[in-house]
Design a protein. Structure first.
Lengths: 394, 374
């Protein structure tokens, strides 16, 4: 395998027995690739029609199936989805941190900072990863090396990417720890991960990600393992750092609340595909894909007190046995015959201003059913609009 | 320990349910409950300290209600749930279940009472024995309760599965054949098979995806209605608690710092910790995006809790009031503000919405890691 870097975030991926496909050793496909035109310079990251497949014992898992996205410099993008939706695999593919095999990138282009990175030799990619593109992993305890001090781990990365002395690298580590609000960084930098709390470790992870001033910071569930008050600290910290350093931020999460607070644009993924995409206001306030609607309806809120929660019936389909047309059709309350027969395209929504959704309700054939679905969604969000009880300290 | 049990007949319990007459017997009555886990050290392994997981907790659970405990990891909420069922033996205090003193029984004598008190565990992956078929997982409790007839146990297990929305023939399957949501249903079926009256739900939906979480919450509400259950619901998710419960106790470092109905607590919190917890909830409605009040530092170690008010090391209100000495020297007792709503803060009248917004506006984000003990 060409990739020697640790890949602590790939735990979600099924680990299969070796298959017969060992000839695939790198993501770069054989033979000359015909690439599209590079995106405009204000676009930092552009993913085009990405497909990542895992070859496992029971067959092929299309973990990422035709995902396209674009992230401007200094902007924030959130990818939302439940377990198995392909959101983490998308991030790992962008970082080129997937083990190949079992994974295989069967098609697509990833343009980062004006260069196509899937066709890059791994040597080149290593120069970018950690420097221009950094990742914060979900579990700060397992992603830090327990036998090296915090300073060693940050300085290693700095020395790898920038031509600096060891002393300068350590100074930079202290600087990064200061930036993320760790008290007495000169002392902390010599400590080991076990001497720190979960919130502190996550700050260290962020400091590590920031140490080389990346253009893109990918945060995979950065607060999922943390308590709510520590989550608030980390989210506020990420926000303020992003404002100060002007790096772009890609947040992967299952928490729509985190998305609402943190990002400009949102992508909702289901079973490996994008089902809805738009600005955070568009997607969370006027969702058009029934899956997004269902997610919002199932969140317990003050307004829904006393009423039953709307639920998305059933479970996520097995990747070996995906529904024939729309992948959400078996769980969709609005599905009709067409959803079982015709594959829904990702289409611009009506009067959407850039918002897209993968649903027949937004195409011609669903036009007559659209109003009814939206009315049902509004009712589910606020089953008793006259009730006096409202949320929180607003 | 040297503490004696707290008196069970007291004049008034701060934060008692105002809709429940004091003369009636509560489902659960907890007074002065303490659990100190000893820490051993040195060559002779003598006790060098203790983790004060629970340090004087008083509350009642009214029959038929959903009483929730919220707090962050290490606040003692899980220990409390387990101590109530005597899965963990308390160090001091009193626990009464429907008027019956649980602490006077031996574990063996407790068994007949156990069937009325059940628990649903947090981790649907770790709490089901992977080597047992579902029929045995559910049937084990029935066997322990003396149902020796295997056929009857199977029938009961099938009934329980049906109640929680699973197929009767799943009794022959093993835990690995189920998804997370289905496993949690099996955990619920196991608790229900014994026809309990009181169920401790310890973070039952925390490990589940949001679409599955709502299915399980609906199920728990249906079961409460159908079987007239009383829940003690333990959670760190304040949105779920707000939707789900009748009354709430907020815990911090082994103590209840605020208690009240959902309406009282969420609309007008009167403890600075509760205010911070509520402010920290990320709201999925981008129109309600707000400036958050962020607490400094981490929860102190429960082995060395701060003196006076345990929250004083992180308290934004104390800082605002010019660090009054009282917070460090005097332990604030829970006291009533209005019927059913009590707080353990020396200065609850200083908290209002304007103050909270101002503090949120003025705070520095980077500072928030400071003030944490090494």
């Amino acid at each position: 395998m060409t990739d020697a870097l640790p890949t602590p975030g790939v735990t979600e991926v099924p680990t299969p027995a070796p298959t017969a496909r060992v000839e695939v050793i790198d993501a770069a496909p054989e033979g000359p690739r015909v690439l599209g035109a590079p995106p405009p310079t204000e676009t930092l990251l552009e993913v085009r029609n990405l497909r990542t497949v895992f070859h496992v014992m029971d067959g092929d898992v299309p973990a990422v199936d035709g995902v396209s996205l674009s992230l401007g410099r200094g902007k924030t993008l959130g990818i939302v989805g439940e377990s198995g939706s392909g959101k983490s695999v998308t991030a790992l593919t962008i970082m080129r941190l997937l083990d190949i095999p079992p994974a295989e990138i069967t098609s697509g282009e990833i343009w980062f900072d004006g260069r196509e990175i899937l066709s890059m030799p791994m040597e080149e990619m290593r120069k970018i990863r950690g420097k221009d593109m950094a990742m914060i992993f979900q579990e700060p305890l397992t992603s830090l090396n327990p036998v090296f001090s915090i300073g060693d781990q940050i300085a290693e990365q700095v020395q790898l990417h920038l031509k600096v002395t060891k002393k300068e690298a350590w100074d930079r580590a202290i600087e990064a720890l200061t930036l993320v609000g760790i008290p007495s960084p000169e002392r902390r930098v010599k400590q080991y991960p076990h001497e720190m709390s979960g919130g502190m470790r996550q700050r260290v992870m962020i400091a590590m990600g920031l140490s080389c001033e990346p253009k893109l910071l990918i945060a995979d569930e950065p607060t999922t393992a943390l308590d709510v008050t520590i989550q608030a600290q980390i989210l506020e910290l990420l926000k303020s750092i992003q404002e100060r350093t002007d790096s772009a931020l890609l947040i992967i999460t299952h928490d729509l609340g985190v998305v609402a607070e943190m990002v400009d644009d949102v992508i909702v993924m289901y079973a490996g595909q994008i089902v809805e995409q738009g600005t955070v206001d568009q997607v969370l306030l006027s969702p058009k894909a029934p899956y997004t609607m269902g997610l919002l309806e199932s969140i317990p809120t003050a307004e829904k007190r006393g009423a039953r929660l709307e639920v998305i019936k059933g479970v996520v389909p097995s990747p070996f046995n995906l529904p024939p047309a729309c992948r959400f059709e078996p769980r969709c309350p609005y599905a009709w015959d067409a959803c079982h027969e015709i594959v829904p395209p990702l289409v611009p929504v009506r009067n959407g201003n850039g918002q897209t959704a993968r649903c027949h309700l937004e195409t011609e054939i669903g036009a007559s059913r659209r109003a009814e679905a939206h009315a049902a969604h509004d009712l589910a969000l606020d089953p008793k609009p006259d009730a006096a009880l409202t949320g929180g300290m607003e | 320990m040297d503490e004696t049990s707290a008196p069970v007949t007291e004049a008034h319990l701060p934060g008692a349910d105002p809709n429940h007459p004091a003369s009636d017997v509560p489902m659960m009555r907890v007074r002065g409950l303490k659990k100190h886990f000893p820490i051993y050290g040195g060559i002779t392994r003598r006790q060098v300290g203790a983790v004060y997981a629970l340090d004087g907790v008083d509350f009642d659970v009214t029959p038929g209600e959903i009483f929730s405990l919220v707090g962050e990891s290490g606040c003692g909420k899980t220990t409390l749930g387990r101590t109530l069922l005597r899965l963990v033996e308390p160090t001091a205090g009193a626990i009464e279940f429907k008027g019956e003193d649980l602490l006077k029984y031996s574990q063996k004598e407790l068994r007949p009472l156990r069937r009325k008190m059940q628990i649903i565990f947090q981790d649907p992956f770790g709490s089901l024995n992977p080597r047992m078929p579902v029929s045995d997982i559910i049937g084990e409790g029935l066997l322990a309760q003396g149902m020796t007839d295997g056929k009857a146990r199977n029938k009961k297990a099938e009934d329980a599965l049906e109640t929680v929305g699973l197929r009767r023939d799943y009794t022959r399957r093993y835990p690995h054949e189920f998804s997370g949501g289905q496993r949690q249903r099996i955990g619920i079926a196991r608790a229900l098979a014994l026809d309990p009256e009181f169920v401790v739900c310890d973070e039952p939906v925390s490990a589940l995806d949001v679409s599955i979480q709502s299915q399980v919450l609906n199920l728990l509400l249906d079961l409460r209605r159908d079987f007239n259950l009383t829940y003690l619901f333990i959670s760190h998710n304040l949105s779920v608690v707000q939707y789900f419960s009748d009354r709430v106790g907020v815990m911090y470092l082994g103590r209840i710092v605020e208690i009240g109905s959902v309406e009282q607590l969420y609309r007008a919190p009167r403890h600075p910790y509760t205010v911070a917890l509520l402010s920290a909830i990320p709201d999925p409605n981008p129109r309600r995006r707000k400036k958050r009040l962020v607490l400094k530092g981490d929860v102190p170690s429960p082995a060395a809790p701060p003196s006076g008010c345990r929250f004083h090391t992180r308290c934004w209100l104390r800082e605002r009031l010019g660090n009054p000495e009282r917070c460090v020297t005097e332990v604030p007792e829970l006291r009533d503000l209005e019927p059913g709503h009590a707080t353990a803060c020396h200065f609850p009248e200083e908290i209002d919405r304007g103050v909270v917004e101002q503090v949120a506006e003025e705070q520095s984000v980077v500072d928030t890691a400071v003030a944490s003990p090494a």
